[in-house]
Design a protein around this ligand. Structure first.
Ligand code: XIL
Length: 346
C-alpha cells in the first residue's frame, strides 16, 4: 500500500475525538443535548412579554419551561367560572415557537388558590361534594386545554409535611386522602400522554418526608393510579450543607419506576454577595447536575428563574437573594460556568 493510503486508513480508523471528548458546551441548550437532560427555567410572563433581553436569553439557553405563576389556580380562574388563560397561553405558544417542552405547574396545591374557593369552603357555601366536583372540573378543564402541549404536570404539590404526616389542606380535610388518586386519574383522562408528577420541597434530604412520599407512590401504584414521576423542587441555600444523599434518594424513586426531575432549583445566600459565596453556590448547582446525571431516570433539571433580576427569593427569604445562574444584568455567574464544566458520565 502506498504511504498516503496507509495514512488515510489510519485516520479513518481512529476513533472520532469529538465523540469521545465532546467539546465543552457553549450554552445550556448544548449541555442539554450532550447530556440528554432537559434543562428548564421557570418563566415570569410579564418579563417574557416586556423584556427582549430576558426573552432572548431564555430561548437561547433553555429547552424546557415552567410557568412560575401563570398556571396556578388563582391565575387561571380568579373568579368562579371566569377563566383567564392569556398568560398561560402566552407561555405555551412561546414554548412551541422556541422548541421548548413545558412542565405544567400545578393542579392541586394549598397555596395560590382563588379567594372565591377558599372563602366558599370556609363559610360552608361550598360543601364537600361540590368541592370534589370543583376540583375535578378544574383539573379536567386545564389539562384538556393544553392536551398534547405539556410534557409533564405537577399534579399534586407539597402534600406532605416536614414530619412525614399528610399536610392538612382543604383537600385532605374535605375530600379525604383519596383526593390524590382522584387528581391523578382525572389528569390522566384529560391527557393520557402527559407525564404525571408528585412534587415537593425538602424531599432532597428530609427523611420523614421521603418515606411518606415513597409510601404514597407505592400505594398509588398498587391501586393502578397513573403516576409517572417525582419532582424535587430543590430550593437550596449555601448556609445549609448541600443535600449529599440526593442521588440516592432519587434512585429510591427511580427504583419504583418513576421518572425523576429537579423542578425548581435555586441556591440562595445571605446578602451581600461575595466571590466566596458565589463560588460555593457554583458547587451546589454543579452537584445538582452531577446527581441528576448519575441517575438514569433523572431526565430534567429546571431552575426556578434563571436571573437574579426576576427571582422569588428576595421577596420570600429576608436578607437573602442572588440565587440564580445569571445576575440582574443577565451576565453569567460562576454557577453558570460550573454547569457548563460538569463532567458528563453518560
Ligand atoms: C412561588 C413563585 O415563585 C412566586 O412568584 C409566588 O409569589 C409564590 O410562589 N414552591 C412552588 C412554587 O411550588 O410554585 C413557588 O413559586 C415556590 C415554592
Amino acid at each position: 500500500m502506498k504511504p498516503l493510503i496507509i495514512a488515510l486508513a489510519l485516520v479513518l480508523a481512529a476513533p472520532l475525538p469529538a465523540a469521545a471528548h465532546p467539546r465543552p458546551p457553549r450554552d445550556l441548550r448544548q449541555l442539554s443535548q450532550q447530556t440528554g437532560i432537559k434543562i428548564g427555567s421557570a418563566v415570569d410572563i410579564a418579563a417574557l412579554r416586556a423584556e427582549s433581553d430576558y426573552r432572548k436569553t431564555l430561548n437561547r439557553e433553555f429547552n424546557h419551561v415552567t410557568a412560575e405563576n401563570a398556571m396556578k389556580w388563582e391565575s387561571v380562574e380568579p373568579e368562579r367560572g371566569v377563566y383567564t388563560w392569556a398568560d398561560a397561553d402566552t407561555l405555551v405558544d412561546s414554548a412551541r415557537r422556541n422548541r421548548q417542552q413545558v412542565r405544567g405547574h400545578t393542579l392541586v396545591w394549598h397555596n395560590q388558590l382563588p379567594a372565591w374557593l377558599t372563602a366558599g369552603v370556609a363559610d360552608g357555601s361550598i360543601d364537600d361534594a361540590e368541592l370534589r366536583d370543583i376540583l375535578r372540573d378544574h383539573i379536567t378543564t386545564q389539562v384538556r386545554r393544553y392536551k398534547g402541549k405539556i410534557r409533564a404536570w405537577d399534579v399534586v404539590n407539597e402534600v406532605v409535611e416536614e414530619d412525614g404526616t399528610m399536610r392538612q389542606t382543604i383537600w385532605l380535610q374535605h375530600l379525604g386522602p383519596g383526593y390524590i388518586a382522584d387528581a391523578f386519574r382525572w389528569a390522566h383522562r384529560a391527557d393520557p400522554h402527559a407525564k404525571l408528577f408528585i412534587n415537593d420541597y425538602n424531599l432532597e434530604w428530609n427523611a420523614p418526608k421521603i418515606e411518606t412520599t415513597l409510601s404514597i407512590v407505592k400505594e398509588l401504584q398498587a391501586q393502578g393510579v397513573p403516576i409517572h414521576g417525582v419532582g424535587f423542587q430543590g430550593h437550596l441555600g449555601i448556609q445549609y450543607d448541600y443535600p449529599g444523599d440526593w442521588a440516592n434518594v432519587m434512585r429510591r424513586f427511580a427504583d419504583l419506576g418513576l421518572e425523576v426531575a429537579i423542578t425548581e432549583l435555586d441556591v440562595r445566600m445571605e446578602l451581600p454577595v461575595t466571590p466566596e459565596k458565589l463560588a460555593t453556590q457554583a458547587t451546589y448547582y454543579s452537584r445538582a447536575m452531577t446527581d441528576c446525571l448519575s441517575v438514569r431516570a433523572c431526565r430534567e433539571m429546571t431552575v426556578w428563574g434563571y436571573t437574579d433580576r426576576h427571582s422569588w427569593v428576595p421577596g420570600w427569604f429576608e436578607g437573602q437573594g442572588a440565587a440564580c445562574l445569571l445576575d440582574e444584568n443577565l451576565a453569567p455567574k460562576p454557577a453558570y460556568e460550573a454547569l457548563l464544566a460538569v463532567k458528563r458520565p453518560r
